[in-house]
Design a protein around this ligand. Structure first.
Ligand code: HEM
Length: 468
């Protein structure tokens, strides 16, 4: 059995002349025993599911005595994420422990009073009303990537995942820290995050063995070095802002001004550092993921690409798309929304129950793990027509049934940067596809893998051919 799990789950990818069912791990037709489940989860959080989990369902099981409840129907998702948010607002010990060295008490992993005080502040500075102003940064950075790609020898392959990660890191870094400081900080911050994530485990065995708060991640020298690198960069930018050398209207500048206006907010240096790191982390990998998956999907569906190009021609003619065009780019938006359905960058939302409760007739223990899995819900038979197929047109006119489509989560903890992330993904996609015909390198085996976020294992090798 253990032998079997050393190998990646077989990947299914199917196509017809005008349809495409993109890569996914083959669902299991037998439930995995607990130890195999844990080993499979450590390697890939989307490869452990049974064929019946791809239907609206709910249920519980025990892993070493710890109760795990799967909320996998619109009703149970609504109950956990919205109706009883008070009981399920807390992130899982795995998530909190994995990120606490990096984000401190930052919004993404905080709860209780800290979360309630900070959420309105962070939501406000990344609010949709501010997106048009940040849109200019999105345009400028994407155009610098257009220049970079144009300078590349024709047909030379590159890794779309690392390019998209650099693109979105520079955008969010400039938005958070300011244009000049941000451009310089981006590389060091990404490097520290990447090294940190490579070192931590997404599975906290102590929690399953009875420690309700999980066990702290081992802080070896390499982990400490990556945290120190992040601290160095962010602390410097925070100090610059506090001493008046920051850039006007960066997100950090907005936070510092809020604090200066209302000192009782309690945003000290460490809170500013933690929220800056949180926005950076939450806002860069997710958007990079959706853009990378969009290139994979478009590359395999030229009939969709034609519709996108016709729309860009109609709305923008030969000029470059801008943030003001986004509201009219329905095909581009639908491609991004369908990509978020098929490859939600955060494929599992895990919560820890505060008190005992009953969900759909099942008694829930205090401190139980409660999981909502966008990966399953978005591919559920009965909730979607042809769920495995890439069909962006499903988003052109209809909105999904509530609590069936949750790439940004749902309820009070919904992604604070939803408008920012969606606009950014649509705009970057529109600018790049207008200029380049992007194709996955022939022979590439694409394997979706998730430890924290969902990405193609080993990246996505592509070529980008200039259109004009
Ligand atoms: C396509 C892009 C994005 C996707 C798919 C996405 C998805 C998500 C999801 C699923 C969560 C909730 C995670 C959980 O409950 O465990 C979340 C939280 C969050 N996201 Fe995003 N995100 C995106 C972009 C962004 C951007 C651009 C920003 C900032 C500018 C951002 C800031 C945040 C913050 C601060 C939280 C924590 C909210 C809270 O706990 O109250 N996200 N995001």
């Amino acid at each position: 059995m253990l032998q079997l799990l050393q190998k990646p789950a077989p990947i299914l990818e199917e196509r017809g002349p005008d349809w495409f069912a993109p890569a996914r791990p083959r669902p299991h037709d037998k439930r995995l025993p607990p130890l195999d489940l844990i080993l499979a989860a450590k390697r890939n959080l989307i490869s452990l599911w049974h064929v019946n989990d791809y239907r609206p369902t709910h249920g519980d099981m025990r892993l070493f005595g710890r109760q795990v409840f799967l909320a996998n129907s619109p009703e149970t998702v609504k109950y956990v994420m919205a109706t009883r948010h008070d009981n399920y607002e807390r992130k899982s010990p795995q998530m909190r422990r994995a990120l606490e060295n990096l984000l401190g008490d930052g919004l993404f992993i905080s709860d209780g009073e800290t979360w309630r005080r900070r959420r309105p502040l962070v939501s406000d500075i990344v609010h949709k009303n501010r997106v048009p102003a940040f849109g200019l940064t999105m345009e400028a950075v994407t155009l610098s990537f257009v220049e970079r790609w144009r300078a590349r020898p024709a047909g030379e392959p590159f890794n779309a995942l690392t390019e998209m990660a650099e693109l979105t890191a520079e955008i969010i870094s400039r938005a958070v820290f300011g244009n000049e400081l941000g451009a310089r900080a981006a590389h060091d911050v990404v490097d520290a995050f990447t090294r940190y994530q490579g070192l931590i485990d997404n599975f906290n065995i102590g929690y399953f063995l009875g420690a309700n708060e999980g066990l702290p991640v081992f802080r070896g020298p390499r982990l400490r070095r990556s945290v120190a690198q992040l601290d160095r960069v962010i602390d410097k930018v925070v100090t610059d802002h506090l001493e008046g050398r920051g850039e006007h209207d960066s997100m950090l500048d907005l936070l510092v001004k809020r604090q200066q206006k209302s000192p009782d907010l309690g945003l000290d240096v460490s809170a500013l550092r933690n929220e800056a790191a949180t926005i950076f982390m939450a806002g860069h990998e997710t958007t990079a993921g959706v853009l990378t998956w969009a290139w994979y999907l478009i590359s395999n569906a030229p009939w969709v690409e034609e519709a996108v190009l016709a729309e860009l021609d109609r709305v923008c003619g030969s000029r470059t798309p801008t943030v003001d065009d986004v509201a009219q780019l329905d095909w581009c938006r639908s491609v991004i929304e369908e990509t978020l359905r098929l490859y939600p960058p955060v494929p599992i939302l895990a919560r820890q129950a505060k008190d005992a409760d009953t969900i759909a007739g099942i008694d829930i223990d205090p401190a139980a793990l409660v999981v909502v899995v966008p990966w399953l819900l978005h591919r559920s038979e009965g909730l979607w027509d042809q769920p495995e197929r890439f069909r962006p047109e499903r988003f052109l006119t209809d909105r999904p049934t509530p609590y069936t489509y949750i790439p940004f989560a749902i309820g009070p903890r919904i992604c604070a940067g939803l408008a920012f992330g969606l606009t950014e993904a649509i705009l970057c996609f529109a600018i790049l596809i207008q200029q380049f015909r992007i194709r996955v390198l022939p022979g590439t085996k694409v394997e979706p893998v998730s430890r924290l976020t969902l990405r193609p294992a080993g990246g996505l090798p592509v070529t980008a051919e200039r259109r004009v």
